[in-house]
Structure formats: C-alpha cells, structure tokens
Design a protein around this ligand. Structure first.
Ligand code: ADP
Length: 270
C-alpha cells in the first residue's frame, strides 16, 4: 500500500513538473521533446529504487524467520527509500525554483551566513571522509534574494566537492566582493570534470559515469538546482576544472546595493 501511495505522489509530482517545464521551453526545443525527455529521465531515475523497494519487501516476507537476513534486507530498504526521498526532494526544489513566485519575498542576505549554513549541513559528511573545509574572503558581502534557496545552492556545491574528492583532501570556500559582484567560489582537490562534460553537468539529470567516484547515489539534479538559483538571483554559475586535480565552481550574484528593491526585476549580471 505504501508503494501505491509513493507512485501516486510521484505521478502528481511528475504532472506538475511537466507543466513547469512547459513554461520554459524555447522555440527550438518543442514541448513534446521536453515531455518525452522528462518522462524518460524520471522513469529511469525512479525505476531502479522503486523496483528494489518492491523486491526487498517481497524478500523480507520470505525471509521472516532468519533475523540476519531480515536485518540485511531492512538496511537496504532504508537505503533505497532514502535515495527515493532525496530524488523527490530535489525534484520539488527544482519545481519550486521554476515557479514564478520563487523569489516572491526577497530580502538582504548575508553571504557569510549562507556559507555557515552550507558548511554546517556538510560537517558530518566532511568529517567522515576526513575532509577539511577552509573558508575565507569577504565577511560582509550581501546580496538581494532568498536565503534558503541560496543555502540550498551552496550546500549542493559543497556536498559535491565532498562526494567527488579523496579522503583527507581540502575544500576551500572563498567570498569576493568587488565591482558590484559577489562571487562565492568552492574549490576542491577531487577527481575533476573532463572538458567535454563541463557545460553539460548543469543540465537536469546529467551525470558523468557514476562508476568514476565513490558517490553512486546521486540524481544529477544538484547542479541544475544551483544554476536555477543563480539565474533567479540575476547571476550565474561557472566551473573550472583540471581532471585529476580538482574543480572550482563559482556562483556570481549582483551585490545587494546594486540589485533593485522590488521583485521580479532582480538585477542581471552583464
Ligand atoms: P549528482 O547528483 O550526480 O552529484 P549533480 O548535478 O550535482 O548531480 O552533478 C552532475 C555531475 O557533475 C555529477 O554526476 C558529477 O559527475 C559531476 N560533478 C559535480 N560536482 C563535481 C565536483 N566537485 N568534482 C567532480 N565532478 C563533479
């Protein structure tokens, strides 16, 4: 019964998402293509964990008199349901961003606070991989926008930096405020991104071969959320990388005093 509820929720979410996608179609990218891509992507992403949940539930019933097997299956069930929850959460965030009222109540946001939120949320993951996070730069930079969305974006960059870096490496988060532009840079010493994938990593569901890293549970939505948050704030996100030596992602946003006071006309970078 839980499975049916899940399917219904995902189907509803899917319908809402298709409507939102339909809004940002371009002339060269027709609605039908968008729909087809979305359905193919979402079914691919959700089929594996949903299938696994069903099989594990069946196996659990069959193995009910062997406590060790039951524990093992139950642990895997927990993992698969966590993955489903994460993907669902990311789809919800992306939908929220694409809705017109995403920045309905913009306010002055202290970037130092956003960095603190992102670092705190990733502390346990960083410690478990003995990864040190160093922060530096301007402590007083302010932008105009939605603090929780900016925190999600920076969280995604820091989480990726941890996921795609070796044990014992360092991550740097730097803030620079000059010429009316606030730049937040997240640098890692990880596996890096091949040149041919650098533009595509910001696409929805795009993942480079998952086998190349210890991180296999991703959805490929994290960076497209970062891109949408940056764009909704009149900014952008860029990546520099040297495969094997690490990557730097930068989010650039208009400084608060340069952004107009009322939405939706948030300032845009030139
Ligand atoms: P995922 O859930 O797969 O991490 P993202 O949209 O966050 O999805 O990232 C897309 C792809 O970009 C990832 O699958 C990964 O291959 C690559 N990537 C993202 N961040 C980094 C990084 N800091 N170092 C190396 N590769 C990265």
């Amino acid at each position: 019964e839980a499975n049916i509820h899940l399917f219904v929720r995902i189907a509803r979410l899917g319908a809402r998402y298709i409507l939102l996608l339909a809004e940002d179609r371009t002339e060269s990218y027709r609605l039908d293509d968008v729909r087809r891509d979305f359905v193919a992507n979402i079914s691919h992403e959700l089929k594996t964990p949903i299938g696994a949940v069903g099989l594990l539930a069946e196996a659990l019933q069959a193995a009910s008199d062997d406590p060790d097997t039951v524990r093992r299956f139950a642990q895997r069930l927990t993992k698969e349901s966590e993955r489903l929850a994460r993907i669902t959460q990311e789809i919800i965030e992306l939908s929220r961003l694409q809705a017109a009222d995403a920045l309905s109540k913009p306010d002055v946001v202290e970037i130092d606070h956003v960095v603190t939120l992102a670092v705190d949320q990733n502390r346990v993951a960083a410690e478990s991989h003995r990864i040190e996070i160093a922060r530096g730069g301007d402590k007083h930079a302010e932008v105009y926008g939605d603090e929780s969305l900016l925190a999600v974006a920076l969280h995604n960059l820091v989480a990726n930096a941890i996921q795609y870096s070796p044990e014992g490496s360092r991550i740097g988060i730097g803030v620079n405020n000059s010429d009316g532009i606030v730049e937040i840079a997240v640098t890692d010493q990880g596996i890096g991104i091949p040149e041919e994938d650098r533009d595509r990593v910001f696409e929805r569901f795009y993942r480079i071969d998952p086998a190349r890293s210890r991180h296999t549970g991703g959805s490929g939505l994290g960076l497209s959320i970062v891109k949408h948050v940056a764009q909704n704030h009149g900014g952008d996100v860029r990546v520099w990388s040297q495969p094997g030596n690490g990557s730097t992602f930068t989010i650039r946003l208009p400084e608060a005093s340069r952004a107009p006071v009322s939405p939706p006309a948030i300032a845009t970078l030139k």
